[in-house]
Write a protein that binds this ligand. Structure first.
Ligand SMILES: Nc1ncnc2c1ncn2[C@@H]1O[C@H](COP(=O)(O)O)[C@@H](OP(=O)(O)O)[C@H]1O
Ligand SMILES: [Mg+2]
Length: 403
């Protein structure tokens, strides 16, 4: 197991350190002097080293931004008041923590990675805060953001209410197939957050339409398995940070900055041994369809229902084998609900596709154009899973026609 002593709240290392800091992703024995005499190994080592140094400072900044945003969310969740709950046009609940988290991530990324071309595709905008009646909320958000930024003494700044509004609104980018775009869900699983259950701060970077890194901060996720809690002794430790970079694997560490461990999806090959993750909210995914797929696969375990992209994190470390998501027809998935989770799973050895087995395409703007749903599992189980999905979907259509 690869181990890195990295505190997610540590400042982004200076550029000249990138190369040496990226090496511990693999054991030094992989690149021994002897093995480097072999040309193909030499090429592999060179390509690994190139990808390891690529996006290094972006990943460190993303971990730092998501960890600070998680602290803000934790503080709000502890002290949650009914007045924090507002209403968006789509009636989903949104809290001061949503706005505060988005402002913190936006501000931290801009401070850590100054750039003329900063682009952020994010869930919230400041419309409601600028309206009459939004002033008190904005005041509270601004205080929260300042308290969070000053928490560890790194940033010697005080932001104004205007700064906070501007930071939130920098998330209006449309994304797309060219250039670099950050993709943020400031609180994924808002309903879980309000219930006191699972939620995640999900941050990813797109480069030329591809997800190249992703971070999931899951403040309420136990360090031990959620698939089989009885067997685990680390249930009392909660707060996990997942991070993945293209070509470099996925790591998990405690949000409070413990050492990072390399994680992998489960290696099970028999679908009957799988356990299935799905949304806690029945409105977000058709539980009856998942149940029909489980039956076709011979899955014995009951489904594990949790909120947010914490499901991708849990799957990436092998707590379960399959994640099924089947929104009702007409629902359009947003890229921030899947970008970070997808790379966390794929770098851990898993695969995420739509229901027809196509790769997810994050290059088309703020939405994913999908065939029917999203399925995630390891490479061995994917063919039988897709087969069961297609059968279940066909059956669903036939049953509907009989009504
Ligand atoms: N009717 C619907 N069908 C599918 N997904 C929905 C939905 N309504 C909301 N969602 C999305 O589901 C996300 C939560 O995912 P999950 O069900 O895995 O917890 C929400 O993220 P937010 O909480 O950030 O709004 C929201 O984007
Ligand atoms: Mg979301």
């Amino acid at each position: 197991m690869a181990i890195m002593a990295l505190n997610p709240l540590a400042r982004v290392p200076k550029p000249h350190l990138h190369f040496s800091l990226s090496i511990p992703h693999r054991s030094s024995s992989s690149f021994s002097r002897q093995s480097l005499l072999n040309p193909s190994r030499r090429r592999r080592a060179a390509s690994f080293m190139a990808s390891a140094s690529l996006y290094h400072k972006e990943l460190a900044a993303a971990k730092r931004a998501a960890s600070l945003a998680a602290r803000l969310c934790q503080a709000v969740q502890k002290a949650i008041l009914i007045s924090d709950v507002q209403s968006k046009a789509d009636k989903s609940p949104v809290t001061v923590a949503d706005y505060g988290s988005q402002a913190v991530v936006s501000l931290v990324l801009k401070m850590e990675l100054p750039s003329e071309s900063f682009s952020l595709v994010a869930e919230e905008d400041s419309g409601d805060l600028r309206n009459d009646g939004g002033q008190d909320t904005l005041k509270r958000i601004t205080k929260l953001v300042n308290d969070t930024l000053s928490m560890d003494g790194t940033y010697n700044i005080t932001v104004s209410e205007e700064d906070v509004l501007a930071a939130i609104d920098s998330g209006k980018s449309e994304g797309g197939p060219s250039g670099q775009h950050w993709v943020l869900d400031p609180i994924d699983g808002t309903k879980g957050f309000l219930r006191g259950d699972q939620y995640a701060i999900a941050l990813a970077l797109l480069d030329e339409g591809k997800v190249v890194l992703g971070v999931l901060a899951c403040p309420n996720l136990p360090l031990g398995s959620i698939g089989n809690p009885d067997k685990d002794t680390s249930q009392n430790q909660t707060g996990c940070l997942f991070s993945a970079k293209i070509g470099c694997g996925t790591d998990m560490q405690l949000l409070n900055g413990s050492t990072a461990n390399r994680i992998h999806v489960t290696s099970i090959e028999n679908p009957a041994d799988a356990s299935i993750f799905e949304s806690y909210e029945a409105a977000h995914s058709q539980h009856d369809l998942s149940s029909s797929i489980a039956q076709k696969l011979g899955v014995r375990a009951p489904p594990v229902r949790i909120d947010s992209q914490a499901k991708y994190g849990a799957l990436a470390r092998g707590d379960g084998a399959i994640y099924l998501r089947f929104p009702r027809p007409g629902y359009r998935e947003k890229i921030w609900d899947h970008a970070a989770g997808c790379i966390v799973v794929s770098e851990a050895g898993g695969v995420a596709t739509d229901a027809a087995g196509n790769d997810l395409d994050f290059s088309k703007g703020r939405y994913l154009d999908l065939d029917t749903g999203i399925v995630v599992t390891n490479k061995k189980l994917m063919p039988s899973l897709l087969n069961a999905v297609q059968h279940a979907l066909k059956e669903q259509i036939q049953n509907a026609a009989l009504l």
